[in-house]
Design a binder for this molecule. Structure first.
Ligand code: ZN
Length: 134
């Protein structure tokens, strides 16, 4: 299990409308999708930078984990997502090496991807996600 690339970098924001002023207006990147992920209570906005995406995460409810994150740490880097071939197999492989998981099994993320999170305590403090298309 070796990740093939950084699939996306996710940034927690209070307002996508505010944040996209920098990504669109200053950097000139195009927002190619806005999607709500109901079970994570977030709205997401995507920008492509080469092969990697920037994903803005805006909480849609005060009890969203992203709302809790912003409350505690302010806006900023929320997680890094590595592309892997198979999320369930990759989660099992790192767990075998002693990494604690947030998700024991993959779940559905934005853009129809399978996703699973590793505990940030085991990843230098940065919440880490595996994702795959399959
Ligand atoms: Zn993600």
């Amino acid at each position: 299990m070796i990740p093939s690339k950084i699939e996306h970098v996710a940034i927690a924001v209070k307002s996508i409308e505010e944040a996209r002023k920098f990504f669109e207006g200053v950097l000139g990147l195009e927002c190619y999708a806005i999607e709500e992920v109901a079970d994570q209570k977030v709205k997401t906005a995507f920008f492509k930078v080469g092969e990697t995406k920037i994903e803005l995460l805006e909480p849609t409810s005060p009890d969203s984990t992203v709302a809790g994150f912003i409350e505690k740490r302010g806006e900023g880097l929320h997680h890094i997502a590595f592309a892997v071939d198979n999320v369930n197999e990759s989660l099992a492989a790192v767990e075998e090496k002693g990494v604690k998981l947030i998700d024991k099994q993959q779940r559905n993320g934005a853009e129809g991807l399978h996703i699973g999170f590793l505990h940030p305590k085991y990843t230098s403090g940065v919440l880490t996600e595996f994702c795959s298309k399959n």
